[in-house]
Design a protein around this ligand. Sequence first.
Ligand code: ADP
Ligand code: MG
Length: 542
Amino acid sequence: SPSSETHEFSAEVGRLLDLVVHSLYSEREIFLRELVANAADATDRRRFEALTDGARALPENAHISISPDKDARLLTIRDDGTGMSREELVSNLGTIARSGTRAFGQQLENAKPEDKPSLIGQFGVGFYAAFMVADKVDVVSRRAGSDEAWRWSSDGKGAYTLEPATRDTAGTDITLHIKSDADEFLDPWRLQAIIRKWSDHIAWPVTILRDGKEEPANEGTALWRKSRNEVTPEQLEEFYRHLTHNFDTPWDTLHWRAEGTTEFSALLFIPSSRPFEFGEQTRESKVRLHVRRMFITDDAEILPPWLRFVQGVVDTEDLPLNVSREMLQATPVLARIRKAVTGKVLTELKNRGKDAESYAAFWDNFGPVLKEGMWDDPIYRADVAALSRFRSSAVEGLTTLDDYLSRMKPEQDVIYYVTGDSADVLAASPQIEGFKARGVEVLLLSDPVDSFWPERLGTYEGKSLRNVAQGLTDLEKFGAPEETAAQKADMDTLLPALKTALGESVSDVRATDRLVSSAMVLSAAEGGPDLQLRKLMERSGQ
Ligand code: ADP
Ligand code: MG
């Protein structure tokens, strides 16, 4: 048409389309999951926007419809969501703003076939999955609150067109021109099976056009509101995959209902593997807040940042459905929910910690995140310490602080630790030789966060934590070997000589009983920054 304009895709989108279409062929059916998820997101967004702008109110029968047309070879997914303006069509469907795209491509090439579908969801590139089954995609969208509609069309080969269109109400239609080898996606029963498998939990009604009638396709049950014996492990697992885009089996599932001052249902998961790019985008917990089934927001920070690996849903009756963001910030209801949910997760981790082997797998994935709690959370610091695991000079595998305390020597009154880049290197480090030789246990801390929390934690069960590298230590009390007169005389000539030779680069040269087989060790000046911390500061240019 005369008013149609052609735009090139950004180079990133072009590459991405190629990747998606060519590497996910065997899992093509997930295009529907992605388009329905987008439709549901857009409907949630409109409901939220309508709270402050009545012109965007949702129609009473807001829903998502899926209409196959065998003869025309078209499949249309229609929603009553918030829609997209012309600018939004360009920026949401024609460019990729996210930094992760390149990383996505690499991950996709390297991933096992069964992991590939989850990557699409994790990297937020779901829309492009449509091109796996369509050789052309038309999007007609009208933004809620506006009466302009636009049509976006593309064959996914480098360019798209934009032109004015008409749509009676706000929302979006996505029409797929189904490829010749993708007939199955024009069959209502096949579509129904895909929705059951992937999108059953979508809270908005989803319908499929069959024999001229719109038939309900999803159950839309809020699984988390059912009691535990009404839900099968398979249903929980399926919901977990839907929610997280992970493909593993959760390491832990918490499903409970809180009664009393605050009432809510919760269904939370801890993954059994670390999601790609975990924690790089944001430190905030993304646990979803629902009110009476309705999705409200995923930035209510229901859990603290150091529990951000926990994913799931909390659904309460104690907030009004039209709760606004301002209200969420102020309400004591949310504070009570946060406290209850955090407490529940900590108790669960404590219980799971009794199985050392299984807990070690969890710890390997998320231990460094959990440990942040000792640094930044004054309320839960001690709980996190009790849940933490450490490599140590005295035992194979991992130890708890409680176990460390139980092995302390009678004359020992502090917990010793050393920090560095690798626990194995630390285990053989000259810094701890003197301790090992005297049977004094040292914790080997090698995560970046380990340079920060010990000082904040200060003490555990009344015992302070002490860095072995922090100046002179108190090894004498563990029975330091006596120095002979000859050794003392040697030292008296050696030390001044070394000091002259090293000059300005050291603040002092001292004899030490911390070493057994090494000749020398570098030690931070007393009161000066810990060596590991200093390395970090140098690396970041401070
Ligand atoms: P993601 O959903 O992770 O953001 P997608 O590739 O699936 O990534 O979608 C890209 C963007 O396009 C969405 O964030 C949204 O802004 C927009 N979008 C896609 N589908 C719709 C729709 N049906 N209604 C409104 N906006 C949509
Ligand atoms: Mg999406």
